[in-house]
Design a protein around this ligand. Structure first.
Ligand code: NAG
Ligand code: NAG
Ligand code: NAG
Ligand code: NAG
Ligand code: NAG
Ligand code: NAG
Length: 531
């Protein structure tokens, strides 16, 4: 090479470097723990995406998973986007789950959705578990859809043609696509009456270059024990760190309250695999994915293990998600998960580009904290509730939104926004509040997860900072409505009062105890919007 071309090349390199410097990745930090299990979008609704996977596409984070809100079982796939892993914007369904052009009515329900980006065709490829053979695949030119399903199926190793394709993951590692899938065997003569009802073994294959199919050649992911733990493995994810491929998985469980946390490692996808049990109950969860986060300063990648958590059973929608970074030993093994309620896991990562998502809840004038530890409470069959708070500012109140989840109610949920002179008014017989707005909701206007219902303020909307406002919540039925509560410290203005259903008179031996009394240290999740 002539000297002039060397200089020209170096100059080109330098300008590349300075161009890179101007778009330098921004470092951010997020702290995970084992207690805050419910995530919410910026409009205050529970994130409704189970068996979720978080991807970084084009410098932004996307969370995907099956929706349980509309039917109570997996129905379609929702997506959310975030730049800071804290504020999540709802991006809608990836395709219309009620439409005819999807295979989701088949067993699996389009479960365990995973998306890959094909940088050559600039196409996002969605894989979903829906019937047989193999897996359903769909494509879109946007990470949030709409996705269009291919008539052709992605087919797996023909050795498993007799079994049911089940939980799986697809991932790109060093430019090559991989699938890890478990094949359900309902025909094994060793199946028990009590357990296990089925056997399932995990296998890994490479994908075709377009990421739309598998090469149909597979290798087992199992340890030398080849025991019932290897033979009941599901919900896999795959990643590589150093020279090792890792497969995270759980045992047969189905969004349960705690399953074995499994981590397999091998320097080759052909094995042999070394197995670890990282926790006996996965901190009361089932692993759903592993999220790689890159520290832009050091370039170090933290692999964050995340799980769908309690309670399990039919109310999958009452579970949440927990996250914690994996830490590794020099031999490539990982340390056990830390399930302590006091554990806290700060992780530095590359902030997504774009602005931090904002919505009705994050912009609300009065709101219970977005990052509190919320729990479902279902007791409208027993109690009328009065949630009170003090107006944070003077202005015009527009609406109040409450998180509620339905069961099979026949009686509507009734809500009234009101104003008091003091909370003592609730204990005073014959007191009349100032009503600001009222609304009622039938079960079909609510969902099986903690979406919001909104009461418009239609009268007396002008409020003064420090005034006591409240929300009356009533919905007595055989099947209670559910709301969310968090532990409230005194002095923050939020207080919750309860009245037993049917109790409208003085109580107690002296006849001086009002039927309304405080639910000490608790508040319901809500927000109030100002004009
Ligand atoms: C966001 O960042 C990615 C790289 O991380 C880049 O390719 C993309 O062009 C960026 N998008 C915008 C809108 O800045
Ligand atoms: C996958 O490959 C098989 C042939 O091995 C083919 O029958 C099938 O249509 C392909 N599916 C897709 C989505 O390309
Ligand atoms: C979940 O499992 C744990 C044991 O890991 C147990 O302590 C807890 O009570 C269980 N919760 C439910 C809702 O089953
Ligand atoms: C947000 O608030 C606006 C204005 O009140 C309302 O029209 C819209 O439906 C709300 N969005 C959600 C998702 O609640
Ligand atoms: C919703 O439920 C109410 C009360 O059960 C019923 O009157 C109404 O027709 C239902 N609406 C729809 C759209 O199903
Ligand atoms: C509240 O609004 C109602 C209906 O507009 C009105 O009759 C009532 O006087 C108002 N109360 C107060 C205290 O402003």
């Amino acid at each position: 090479m002539k000297l002039t071309s060397v200089v020209r090349a170096l100059t080109a390199l330098a300008s590349l470097c300075s161009a890179a410097a101007t778009t330098k990745a921004v470092s951010a930090s997020v702290t995970f723990d084992n207690n805050r299990r419910f995530l919410f979008d910026t409009d205050g609704r529970q994130i409704d995406a189970y068996g979720s996977k978080v991807n970084n596409f084009n410098g932004k984070y996307y969370l995907y998973g099956n929706s349980f809100s509309e039917t109570g079982v997996a129905f379609g796939i929702k997506s959310y986007s975030s730049v800071d892993l804290v504020n999540w914007q709802y991006e809608g369904f990836l395709f219309d789950p009620a439409g005819n052009n999807n295979p989701c009515a088949a067993s699996g329900g389009c479960g365990r959705p995973h998306i890959l980006y094909n940088s050559i065709t600039k196409t996002y490829v969605l894989w979903a578990n829906a019937g047989a053979p193999g897996y359903a695949v769909a494509t879109s030119n946007s990470p949030t859809g709409p996705f269009v399903f291919s008539a052709a199926r992605a087919l797996i190793d023909p050795a498993f043609d007799d079994l049911n394709p089940a939980d799986f993951t697809v991932e790109i590692i060093d430019g090559t696509g991989y699938i890890v899938f478990s094949a359900l065997n309902f025909k094994d003569p060793n199946a028990g009456n009590v357990w296990p009802p089925i056997f399932q073994n995990m296998h890994v294959s490479k994908l075709t270059a377009d990421f739309m199919n598998t090469t149909r050649v597979s290798y087992p992911v199992r340890s030398s024990a080849n025991d019932l733990i290897d033979n009941e493995a599901e919900s896999p994810d795959i990643f590589k760190q150093g020279n090792n491929f890792y497969v995270a998985a759980s045992n047969t469980c189905g969004y349960c309250n705690g399953s074995i946390a499994l981590l397999y490692r091998s320097t080759s996808i052909q094995g042999p695999w070394t197995r670890q049990i990282l926790e006996g109950y996965s901190c009361n969860g089932q692993v759903e994915g592993v999220l790689p986060l890159t520290n832009p300063t050091t370039g170090a990648v933290t692999n964050v293990w995340h799980s769908t958590t309690v309670p399990g059973g039919p109310r999958t929608g009452f579970g949440g998600h927990i996250f914690q970074p994996l830490t590794f030993n020099p031999d490539g093994s990982a340390k056990n998960l830390d399930c302590a309620s006091t554990a806290s896991f700060p992780v530095s990562f590359t902030k997504g580009n774009g602005t931090t998502a904002a919505g009705n809840a994050t912009k609300a004038g009065d709101a219970t904290p977005a990052l509190a530890v919320y729990s479902p409470v279902c007791d409208s069959d027993s109690f009328i509730l009065y949630q009170t708070w003090t107006a944070a500012k003077s202005g015009t109140l527009k609406s109040v939104s409450l998180n509620v989840a339905r069961g099979s109610q026949t009686v509507p949920l009734s809500l009234t926004v009101f104003k008091l002179s003091s909370v003592n008014d609730l204990f005073t017989p014959e007191y009349k509040w100032t009503a600001l707005g009222t609304a009622s909701f039938n079960a079909n206007q609510t969902t099986y997860t903690f979406d919001t219902v909104t009461v418009p303020v239609t009268a007396n909307a002008t409020v003064t900072k420090g005034e006591v406002l409240g929300l009356f919540i009533q919905g007595a039925d055989y099947s209670p409505w559910c709301h969310m509560e968090f532990d409230t410290t005194s002095g923050c203005g939020f207080r919750l009062f309860q009245q037993g259903q049917g109790q409208y008179s003085w109580r107690g031996l002296q006849g001086k105890s009002p039927p309304v009394y405080e639910r000490q240290g608790k508040s319901v999740k809500f927000f109030a919007a100002y004009a």
